[in-house]
Design a protein. Structure first.
Length: 753
């Protein structure tokens, strides 16, 4: 329930409609409702128009230098510098509003935000922070408390109930006590509670939970005492900040000692966590951890995070986490709690890393995804403390996750920092970090460094009898040798890996070796052998039900079949791989599929489609810092030469530029259209001007919306949306939705008003 902010929403709507207002900061203390107000205002701004809103939650970010990377991640691309953001925003589907939430601890990053804005005219930023960013272009919007009722209203129950504070308190109270009602008898106490809490939404919500076990009179009496005892006595402290502290402290003091201790220690977590994590980090028995988490959840001091699958996960609101962190510091327990967090996640990281290269790899990677925020927080602490015993296993686990999600640059930089922090390379975990650092270096095209790192891993693993990591390193040394054109050496490394996997009785590893040898045969020009090996690996990965591996094998086989002239089968496989990579959020995999589909489009004489796909892929490779290998560069160059021959240099470059302007949804849609034989034949200007409604439909099609979604966005029937789309296609000479999307990008159509 969103209460009492109609005037603020209207004012924010006017500011966001002002083209000169590109940086708007909502300021106010914790618990005032800045985030909810910002999200609601952003949603209203997007409305039914073709506008993009991204929420960047910065509470977990501790390094001001990581703000730009957090924004890039929210936009669906790898880590970027501010100078690259113009290209990123151009890849999106329309005007972009980025909501940077909880910025107050990252004010040193304000100049980076200003730099991004200066380079990206289509980008706007809405910030929530206790302090403004102090940039010249910034407009500040202080968020005030909700208006409180007055004792004079006590006789008019309808007027009291309409007051935003009372309305919020009643709504939250009824969630824990459905029968609670506002009456003439309790109205004075309800009003008194709202006044004492000074209209702070979080304070009201915390107080409302106690109405489950207290009367309004009891609530007021407890509030009065606790607020007086625990208010911040600093003369320069804001009154509203004192009120929030009092509300949190009051709720805190109602906890029993065990719940208090856990509440304090939960402040060391980042993002979400599960009951097992609480037990491990906080040193509790499993049953005790479950009961304590349940108790804090009942008291609304933590909240459950909705997850599609897996065990239940929880988080703490940032304002509460900060309060808990201060209590932990006051008790002198911060260092021990942080050490426990680091040790637990370092052990978890080692556990997950030991699943890589084994049949449980899929589950290990999924677990790494669930724990990313805490693994990275533990890694940051470890680097800051110089705790190399935890740094390297944490870095190895995070690096593996980055590799499987195509975040090559991000992973490489993390591993470089971790290895630099342990110059003596001491300790058993080192080979794991050395191995993944070498793999990421290979992915970045740094073949000399990759070879050095991977050779070091093979040597160390061989001495330690670490067959699993030695086998993985051997496989990737084969990739390095193949990329360098040393095919005989590559074959020897892959054969060595095959022996290792066979000795470990690992069918998944053996399937990967067949995939690796298939790519080697492809680059050697032995396409028949390549096809046979890749078909075998694809069949085995399907049997193992490993989507990411299926995508890799389908892509590899699709490339080979293109070269063999079996373009129709290749197109189907590449379309499947594209879907799987997209679902796995692997930006690198999506990119290489689109490059292969450019060959399909060229073979079918859809040269504009081919050029756009290559344009998009080239831009993404720059973002990902993942250059083409020499062999792939040769194949791409052949397609580009054919495009120039068919279109002419100027037209080919225009089409490539159209591709650079595509957002990822548009690029994937064009890739699927190409795989299905529905290629873009023309991006010429329309012969007839579109109506306002047709323009709205065209821009929503470009955003990847279905007819049903278009109908919902515009308030029309799905069938009506379909009719409008048919009119658009007729007017612009398009044969399918992909052509409409590309036409809309080229025309620079505005979003619907």
């Amino acid at each position: 329930m969103f209460v009492g902010r109609a005037e603020e929403l209207a004012a924010l709507g006017r500011l966001l409609a002002d083209p000169d207002c590109r940086l708007l900061t909502l300021t106010g203390p914790p618990g005032i409702g800045k985030t909810r107000l910002a999200v609601r205002a952003a949603s209203a701004w997007a409305g039914t128009a073709d506008r993009v809103v991204v929420l960047v939650e910065l509470a977990e970010v501790r390094d001001p230098g990581a703000v730009v990377a957090a924004l890039a991640t929210a936009l669906g691309v790898d880590r970027l510098e501010p100078s690259s953001f113009a290209d990123v925003v151009a890849d999106l589907d329309g005007p972009v509003l980025a909501v940077l939430d909880n910025f107050e601890h990252l004010l040193a990053a304000a100049p980076d935000v200003g730099s991004v804005l200066a380079q990206c005219p289509a980008l706007r930023v809405l910030v929530t922070s206790r302090e403004r960013l102090r940039l010249s272009e910034e407009r500040e919007f202080p968020v005030a408390p909700l208006p409180v009722p007055t004792p004079a209203d006590a006789k008019d129950l309808s007027a009291i109930a309409a007051n935003p504070c009372v309305s919020l308190l009643l709504d939250r109270a009824r969630r824990v006590r459905p029968q609670f009602a506002l009456t003439a008898a309790n109205a004075p106490s309800v009003i008194a509670a709202c006044v004492r809490l000074e209209g702070i939404p979080l304070a009201l919500e915390l107080a409302a939970t106690r109405l489950k076990v207290m009367s309004p009179d009891q609530l007021v009496s407890r509030l009065g005492g606790q607020m007086w005892l625990l208010q911040n006595r600093d003369r320069n402290a804001a009154t509203r900040h004192r009120a929030l502290s009092a509300a949190i402290a009051w709720s805190y003091d109602l906890l029993d000692p065990g719940d208090r201790a856990l509440f304090d220690r939960l402040s060391v977590f980042a993002g979400s966590w599960g009951v097992d994590d609480v037990a491990g980090v906080c040193g509790l028995a499993a049953e005790d951890a479950l009961l304590r988490v349940e108790s804090l959840l009942d008291k609304s001091l933590i909240e459950r995070v909705d997850t599609a699958e897996g065990p239940a996960r929880f988080r703490m609101l940032e304002s509460l986490r900060e309060y808990a962190a201060q209590r932990l510091a006051d008790s002198g327990s911060t260092a021990s709690a942080a050490a426990g967090h680091m040790a637990y996640y370092a052990a978890l990281a080692e556990q997950f890393e030991t699943g890589i290269g084994l049949p449980g790899e899929r589950e290990a990677v999924a677990a790494l995804g669930h724990h990313q925020a805490n693994l990275r927080a533990a890694l940051d602490r470890s680097l800051a403390d110089g705790a190399s015993a935890t740094t390297l296993p944490l870095a190895a686990a995070v690096g593996w996750y980055c590799y499987t999600r195509g975040a090559i640059a991000d992973g490489r930089q993390l591993l470089d920092r971790a290895l630099a922090a342990d110059p003596d390379h001491a300790g058993d975990p080192y080979p794991a970090a050395l191995l993944v650092a070498g793999i990421l270096a290979w992915g970045s095209g740094e073949l000399v460094r990759a070879e050095s790192l991977l050779n070091g891993a093979v040597e160390r693993c061989g001495r330690a009898g670490d067959a699993r990591r030695e086998t993985i390193a051997s496989a990737f040394l084969g990739h390095v040798a193949r990329a360098a054109g040393r095919f005989g050496e590559a074959a020897r490394w892959h054969q060595r890996a095959e022996l290792g996997y066979r000795q470990m009785h690992n069918p998944q590893g053996s399937a990967w070796v067949r995939y690796d040898l298939g790519l080697l045969a492809r680059d050697r020009g032995d396409l028949a052998v390549a096809e046979q090996l890749l078909r075998e690996s694809l069949r085995e990965f399907r049997d193992l039900d490993y989507p990411w591996a299926v995508a890799s094998a389908a892509w590899g086989l699709g490339v080979v079949l293109c070269a063999r002239g079996a373009v129709d089968e290749a197109a189907a496989l590449l379309g499947e791989a594209l879907t799987l990579y997209r679902d796995q959020h692997d930006a690198h995999g999506v990119t290489q599929c689109l490059e292969a589909l450019a060959f399909v489009a060229c073979d079918r004489s859809a040269h504009a489609s081919a050029a756009m796909l290559l344009g998009y892929a080239a831009a993404q490779r720059r973002h990902l810092e993942a250059p083409l290998s020499e062999a792939d560069r040769s194949r791409t160059a052949a397609v580009e030469a054919a495009l120039i021959g068919a279109l002419g240099p100027a037209a080919a470059e225009r089409a490539r530029q159209d591709g650079r302007l595509l957002g990822i949804r548009q690029a994937v849609a064009l890739g699927h259209a190409t795989a299905d034989g529905q290629t873009v034949a023309s991006t010429s200007a329309p012969s007839t001007v579109l109506t306002r409604r047709e323009t709205q439909v065209a821009t929503l099609v470009a955003a990847g919306r279905t007819n049903r979604q278009i109908g919902s966005a515009l308030g029309i029937a799905e069938k009506t949306a379909e009719v409008h789309l048919q009119h658009v296609m007729a007017k612009v000479g398009a044969h399918n939705r992909a052509e409409v999307a590309v036409w809309a990008v080229r025309q620079g159509l505005p979003g619907p008003e």
